[in-house]
Design a protein around this ligand. Structure first.
Ligand code: OGA
Ligand code: MN
Length: 292
């Protein structure tokens, strides 16, 4: 069966059928997925459930991976998964949901703020590839906002204002927004801010997008409160319902999103229930401040 891509969101997000992700991708299928990502920014594959090895093999057939080392509060000894995976579950090493006040849980629920993965790294992520192994009885959707459509809908005056702005991104900023400030000296050092342009241009399609993220906490050359309000206003604009697609998970779903073109956020779910989501990430290709 030939690979087919059908749009299901209002202006983006598409479902892919006619491909078996548990087997090595042909170069044609890999090219079709990249072309689909360039256009639709979010691609959804409905099952079957993959092993970690299959998930990783699929990821590597699309490009070089970004490792998930030092980006959460999980210590190596607590890891359920290898450092090639971001463990987006609410589970500890014994596969039990974290206690309500566990700091690893409280840090991780920062994913409920709109963000772009690894925008706090100097070379941020390209694609994220999230796979559902266990889902809660309700809630736990993932929402996506089309930052190209959001950019296109800005007033001309604002387009001019944002064009050359550079922001500072750090997980200290995103967690500070939800009142999580309980960081060790080592963590503060590890999470020190990096610079990202506010307007990105897609290297293939040439489309511009607003590169926002909860991690953005300042604009170079601007007073902090003015920068924060400005970024907050842009985020509100960008996440109006007409720019958003909400994914309702089934076990075995695999969703790929382009962090250069969309923001995303997790939605709440009953905290005593397991939600086992595992993510691989494709590395970006350099500093955004060096984009052409
Ligand atoms: C992620 C993420 C959202 C979710 O995997 O990067 O933010 O719904 N996930 O788990
Ligand atoms: Mn994320």
């Amino acid at each position: 069966m030939a690979l087919s891509i059908k749009q299901i969101g209002r202006c983006f997000a598409s479902e892919v059928t006619g491909i078996d992700l548990s087997r090595a991708l042909s170069p044609d299928d890999a090219a079709a997925i990249h072309a689909g990502m360039d256009q639709h920014a979010v691609l959804i594959f409905r099952g079957p459930e993959l092993t970690n090895d299959q998930h990783m093999a699929f990821t590597k057939s699309l490009g070089a991976i970004e490792h998930a080392i030092g980006t959460s509060l999980r210590e190596a000894k607590d890891n359920r998964l290898s450092t090639d995976f971001a463990d987006v579950s609410n589970l500890d090493r014994a596969e039990q949901p974290f206690a309500r006040d566990d700091r690893r849980r409280l840090f991780a629920i920062g994913n409920r703020l709109w963000h772009s993965d690894s925008s706090f790294k100097s070379t941020p992520a390209k694609y994220s590839i999230l796979h559902a192994h266990t889902i809660p009885s309700k809630g736990g959707n993932t929402e996506f906002a089309d930052m190209r459509a959001a950019y296109d809908a800005l007033d001309d005056e604002i387009k001019i204002e944002v064009e050359d702005l550079v922001c500072e991104h750090s997980q200290l900023f995103s967690r500070g927004k939800i009142g999580f400030t309980d960081f060790t000296e080592e963590e503060r050092d590890r999470f020190s801010p990096v610079r990202q342009v506010l307007v990105r241009r897609h290297p293939v399609t040439g489309r511009k997008s607003l590169y926002l993220s909860s991690h953005a906490g300042g604009i170079i050359g601007w007073p902090v409160p003015e920068a924060r309000i400005f970024l907050q206003d842009l985020a509100e604009h960008s996440t109006q319902r007409q720019f958003v697609h909400s994914h309702v998970w089934r076990v075995g779903d695999l969703v790929i999103w382009d962090n250069r073109q969309v923001m995303h956020r997790a939605r709440p779910f009953p905290d005593a229930e397991p939600r086992d989501m595992r993510r691989t990430t494709l590395a970006g290709d350099g500093l955004t401040t060096a984009q052409q």
